[in-house]
Design a protein around this ligand. Structure first.
Ligand code: TLP
Length: 342
C-alpha cells in the first residue's frame, strides 16, 4: 500500500552522502575532545548561529535540558509557553533533573505576548523563587510551525535583561524559521544566550542536535552533558552526517514549506476542517476536525488509507512535510482526506 508518513520530520532517513561520510569520518575520543569530525560540526554550528561555541548532543530533549540545567539552579523558575515542547513533551526533565519549576504563559498564537511575560515575572520577594530563564520556541511546534521574528527576539531580550534572566531558544526547527523569513539563522539567534537546534528533523541527519552559546556556557554544558551520560566517544560517526545536514540540507526546506502550504490550502476547502492558514508558515500543518470522531480513531482510519498523521489533544491533527513527502504525495493525502471527511 502506498504510504505517506506525515507524523513528523523526525522520520527522515539519512542521505547516501551522509552514510558515505560516516565511512570516511576522522574519529577520536570526544570525551577528550579528540574527535576532529565532532569539533568541525561544533564549530560549524556555532558559526551558523553566530555564537562562540557549540556542543553536539544526542537529542533535542537533552539539548534543552542541558541549557536549563546550565542556566538555572535548583528551585529556580523558568518561564515557558503553555504548549511549549520543553514544558509538555520533555518528560518533566526540567523539574526532575534540573530541579527547576516551570511558570507557563499562554503561547497559543505561537508566541508569548510580552505583556504576559512581564506579568509572569514576579519581583524579588522572600516567598518567590529566583526567576532565572526565559525559554522560547522557534518554530513553535504545537502552534503549527509559526516563526518568531528578529523584532520579537529583540523585545524578548529587553524583557529578559530588565529582570536579569537568561534567554534560551528551543530552535529545534530554527532553520525552517530562517528559510521561511529569508534570513540567516544567526539573526534569529543574536539575542539568545543559548540555542538548541536539531539535525535529525527536516535536515535529515539520523541522530543529533546542537547546543550553541558562549564559550563559558558551552564549557559548563559539556560537563553537565557528561553528568547526564551524554558524553560520547567516537561520535564523529554522528557528526559526519550532521555536517552534511548543515551544509546541504537547509536550502531544500523551501520544498517542504511549499508542500505544507499546498496541503493546508487543500484542507481549508474541505467542510469539517478548521485550519488557520496564517499559521502555516513552515513545514507543519495543524488543524482540527469538526466531525466529533475521536482524534485517535480518525488517525487510525486515515492510516488505513495510507496516510500517517500525529494526533493532538481533542480533535487536533498535525501533519508535517519533509524530504520523503512529494507534491504528488500531498495530492494523494488530500484525496484521502476528502474521502474521510465525506
Ligand atoms: N518534537 C517531536 C515530538 O517530540 C513531538 C516531533 O515529532 O515534533 N523541541 C521541539 C520544538 C520539538 O519539536 C522536538 C521534537 C524537540 C524539542 C525534541 O527533540 P528530540 O526528539 O530530538 O529529543
Amino acid at each position: 500500500m502506498r504510504t505517506v508518513d506525515l507524523r513528523s520530520d523526525t522520520v527522515t532517513l539519512p542521505t547516501k552522502e551522509m552514510l558515505d561520510a560516516i565511512l570516511v569520518a576522522k574519529l577520536g575520543d570526544d570525551i577528550h575532545e579528540e574527535d576532529e569530525t565532532v569539533k568541525k560540526l561544533e564549530e560549524l554550528a556555532a558559526q551558523r548561529l553566530g555564537k562562540e561555541a557549540g556542543l553536539m548532543v544526542p537529542s533535542g530533549t537533552m539539548g534543552n535540558l542541558l541549557s536549563i540545567l546550565t542556566h538555572t539552579g535548583r528551585g529556580n523558575e523558568v518561564i515557558a509557553g503553555k504548549s511549549s515542547h520543553v514544558f509538555l513533551y520533555e518528560v518533566g526533565g526540567m523539574a526532575s533533573i534540573a530541579g527547576a519549576q516551570a511558570r507557563t504563559v499562554d503561547d497559543s498564537p505561537g508566541f508569548m505576548k510580552p505583556a504576559d511575560i512581564k506579568a509572569a515575572i514576579r519581583p524579588d520577594d522572600i516567598h518567590h523563587p529566583k526567576i532565572a530563564l526565559l525559554c522560547l520556541e522557534n518554530t513553535h511546534n504545537m502552534a503549527g510551525g509559526t516563526c518568531l521574528t528578529p523584532d520579537q527576539m529583540s523585545e524578548y531580550r529587553e524583557i529578559a535583561d530588565s529582570a536579569n534572566l537568561k534567554l534560551h531558544v528551543d530552535g529545534a526547527r530554527i532553520f525552517n524559521s530562517a528559510i521561511a523569513q529569508g534570513i540567516a539563522a544567526s539573526k534569529l539567534a543574536r539575542e539568545a544566550d543559548s540555542v538548541m537546534f536539531c539535525l535529525s528533523k527536516g535536515l535529515s541527519a539520523p541522530i543529533g542536535s546542537m547546543l550553541v552559546g558562549s564559550e563559558d556556557f558551552i564549557g559548563q554544558a559539556r560537563k553537565n552533558r557528561k553528568m547526564l551520560g551524554g558524553g560520547m566517544r567516537q561520535a564523529g560517526i554522528i557528526a559526519a552526517p550532521g555536517i552534511i545536514a548543515l551544509n546541504s540540507m537547509v536550502d531544500r526546506l523551501v520544498e517542504d514549506h511549499k508542500n505544507a502550504r499546498l496541503l493546508a490550502e487543500g484542507l481549508s476547502k474541505m467542510p469539517g476542517i478548521i485550519i488557520d492558514l496564517a499559521k502555516v508558515q513552515t513545514n507543519i500543518v495543524r488543524f482540527d476536525i469538526d466531525v466529533k470522531i475521536d482524534g485517535p480513531i480518525f488517525i487510525d482510519k486515515l492510516a488505513q488509507r495510507g496516510i500517517k498523521a500525529f494526533c493532538l489533544p481533542g480533535y487536533g491533527i498535525r501533519m508535517v512535510t519533509h524530504r520523503h513527502v512529494s507534491e504528488d504525495d500531498i495530492h494523494f493525502t488530500l484525496a484521502a482526506m476528502e474521502q474521510m471527511m465525506k
